[in-house]
Design a protein around this ligand. Structure first.
Ligand code: TYD
Ligand code: MG
Length: 454
């Protein structure tokens, strides 16, 4: 039998190699590679019985046509992100920066599901019971019918879960769990992977839904939960800027619902409050029209959301001008600057460019291209865009504007929030005329001409 060899695993991305090096070849992280003992060898494939994994005709499987029965938490923002509620026996991962509010969200969710009739166990590996109780009191959930355990040894946790037979178990956090037949330290990739594997297989075997909390950190100390992402059914990220009270729960993978769906919350003194109308919230800090501001009518998941792009363009004191972006893709900004220069003759050389999405929102839709271009031009020319106007459209490298999906939903949302005009790409489907005046344009150059008279 071949001697089991130790492997060297990157604690940042989970890549495994046969020899140590200072820098991970896969993700480029320094000092992240750690030696890990091999897992004890299991029975070889040959000795396994042939009864499991038997293939069946798809048509012979009964009961699979019905959509999975779901339990709603009555927290509408959470239910939406889950795709309509919690699916039994599903495994979820909720990732996010430390301190963003994951434990708060999960405790509120646990209480909400318990109130909907599920049997819920909340297992904390990070905080003592007294701390969790204090948090529950602060959230007004002191009497919620949730069972609480503080434990980090996975064997004990599984014993507890076997005894309690809950419908939902929350594990806070996966990095604190340890499996005793893996020798690495808790939080290492090997431990996180083993613990997640045990818990997800428990979920499937016993019909318990499991929610794993995972911290994402930049340094290699704690394993990112990325290695867990492929093991679970649903991956949610809880995001937000520290200085802002808004928090966004985003589905990045969902076997039971749409990905890219978002739920918006606000962190208050008594926990997370749902934000039913995010557009109003994201635009609430907007004052009179100022140069450098453009309102984008976007779509997040199944819902239209209006956000404000803010740009600042100023002469640079350095030889290399700055390009700084928050909430939008830096590469895409460079592309738009290049198109403005090459197709419209508007150079940004020698100018620092700062771009920000107000409210701590992250936008990834290419449909925001035109709003970005509008904010940049408005900042550069020091001319405010027409008031009460929303902008959207994708810009191609040729400088042409491409139509984007869901024009009607975007315009309806804008109208609901009191906007009276829109600048949209030509060729978009069914532009409603009532209430909102939509100007259709086909190229970035004509937008520059129409709006800035350049
Ligand atoms: P927490 O849920 O502990 O974050 P995580 O589990 O992601 O590490 O939340 C931490 C922050 O939330 C902390 O800075 C305090 C703040 N907070 C409130 O503002 N209001 C509240 O009601 C609670 C419970 C926390
Ligand atoms: Mg926590």
């Amino acid at each position: 039998m071949a001697k089991p060899t130790t492997s060297f695993v990157c604690q940042s991305c989970g890549n495994s190699t046969t020899k140590w090096s200072g820098r991970c070849d896969a993700c480029g992280e320094w000092n992240s590679i750690v030696e890990e003992a091999p897992l004890s060898a299991g029975p070889s494939a040959k000795s396994l019985g042939a009864t499991k994994g038997r293939a069946l005709a798809l048509s012979a499987l009964s009961g699979t046509e019905a959509p999975p029965p779901r339990t709603t938490s009555h927290l509408a923002e959470l239910d939406r992100v889950l795709g309509g509620g919690l699916v039994p026996a599903s495994a979820l991962l909720v990732g996010g920066d430390p301190g963003i509010g994951k434990s708060t969200l999960l405790l509120q969710a646990a209480a909400a599901f318990a109130q909907s009739g599920l049997k819920v166990v909340y297992i904390s590996g990070e905080e003592a019971s007294a701390q969790v109780r204090m948090r529950a009191a602060r959230l007004g959930l002191r009497d919620a019918p949730v069972k609480l355990a503080t434990e980090t040894n996975l064997r004990d946790i599984l014993t507890t879960l076997e005894a309690e037979k809950p419908d939902l178990a929350v594990i806070d956090s996966i990095q604190t769990m340890w499996v005793d037949n893996v020798t690495s330290a808790p939080g290492s990739v090997a431990q996180v992977r083993a613990a997640a594997h045990e818990l997800t297989s428990f979920a499937k075997r016993r019909g318990t839904s499991v929610i794993l909390v995972g911290h994402v950190t930049k340094d290699g100390q704690i394993a990112g939960p990325r290695v867990v992402e492929h093991m679970v059914d649903t991956v949610l990220y809880f995001e937000g800027e520290r200085g802002h009270q808004f928090r966004i729960l985003r589905a990045v993978k969902n076997r039971f619902g749409p990905a890219d769906e978002i739920g918006v919350f606000e962190m208050t003194g008594t926990g997370l409050a749902e934000v039913a109308n995010p557009s109003a919230l994201f635009l609430s800090e907007r004052g009179d029209p100022t140069p450098g501001s453009a309102v984008f009518a976007g779509i997040e998941g199944t819902r239209p959301v209006l956000v404000e792009f803010q740009a600042l363009v100023a002469p640079t004191p350095h030889s290399q001008p700055r390009r700084s972006v928050v909430g939008w893709d830096g590469g895409r900004l460079a592309m738009i600057l290049a198109v403005l220069e090459a197709r419209c003759g508007i150079p940004f050389a020698g100018l620092d460019v700062y771009l920000n999405v107000a409210g701590g929102m992250k936008v990834s839709e290419p449909a925001a291209d035109l709003a970005v271009a509008a904010a940049l031009l408005s900042a550069r020319e020091d001319v405010a865009l027409p008031p009460e106007t929303v902008v959207f459209g994708e810009i191609s490298l040729s400088g042409a504007l491409r139509p984007v999906g869901q024009t009607e939903n975007r315009l309806k949302e804008a109208q609901k929030l009191g906007f009276t005009a829109a600048i949209v790409p030509k060729g978009g489907k069914s532009v409603p005329t009532g209430g909102i005046k939509a100007t259709e344009i086909d190229a970035l150059a004509s937008f520059v001409g129409d709006v800035f008279g350049a």
